[in-house]
Design a protein around this ligand. Structure first.
Ligand SMILES: [Zn+2]
Length: 214
């Protein structure tokens, strides 16, 4: 998972530093909406084998991944669009309508809220009742940031049930909206700029130089 998006990569794509594959990897990630500085986020991953030699990148092994804060901002913005309010009773009614079972596999028991259209800068889902279904934890984890139609590609009946749920609650997904996508991308970038600005200010206070060098 990079920036919350499932990707498929191999270590050869990073390695060695002169790898001709790196531009291809960056292009592949860009196609999935992942910025080229993704290395800062992989830096904290325990999944990286210790012996893999990777080109040193700005921000590696330095502090928290900014992507988390960026994604939270996007979620916050998208969840406030239209400012739809609903309460626990209304959510319970949705759970009941799905037979108190997972909307994706029918499992009963421990159910969580799942955004049918994910709340991220690619999918532009919203936090509305019509975009929420009960999900078992396994499906919630497996679906991750995928669209429900892709996740349920083999189950048109469940897709139709979820679409009926969306319609009955008046939820129309934003869909592929280039202008909105650009605005959300700006907000996403602003978080990094804001963090960079304050790091530079604090470094200047502490060391007299914005990059913190002595
Ligand atoms: Zn399930």
């Amino acid at each position: 998972m990079v920036h919350g998006v499932p990707v498929r990569v191999t270590s050869q794509w990073f390695n060695p530093p002169t790898s001709k594959s790196l531009p291809l990897l960056l292009r592949y990630l860009a196609g999935k909406g992942i910025p080229a500085d993704f290395q800062s986020e992989t830096a904290t991953s325990d999944a990286l084998p210790p012996d893999v030699s990777i080109r040193p990148a700005r921000g590696r092994y330095k502090g928290n991944a900014i992507g988390n804060a960026q994604n939270y901002l996007v979620r916050n913005i998208l969840s406030r669009l239209g400012d739809e309010q609903f309460n626990a009773l209304q959510w319970q009614a949705v759970v009941d309508a799905f037979g108190r079972a997972c909307a994706y596999c029918g499992a009963e028991g421990d159910l969580v809220m799942d955004h049918v259209v994910p709340i991220n800068k690619q999918a532009l889902g919203e936090h509305r009742l019509g975009n929420l279904v009960p999900s078992c934890r396994a499906c919630n984890a497996r679906k991750a940031e995928r669209d429900f139609r892709e996740f349920l590609a083999d189950d048109p009946v469940r897709v139709a049930t979820i679409e009926a749920h969306m319609t009955s609650h008046g939820y129309e997904p934003i869909g592929d909206h280039a202008q909105l996508r650009t605005i959300i991308e700006l907000a996403h970038q602003d978080v990094r700029n804001l963090a960079d600005r304050y790091v530079a200010i604090i470094n200047t206070v502490l060391t007299g130089k914005p990059d913190g060098t002595e």
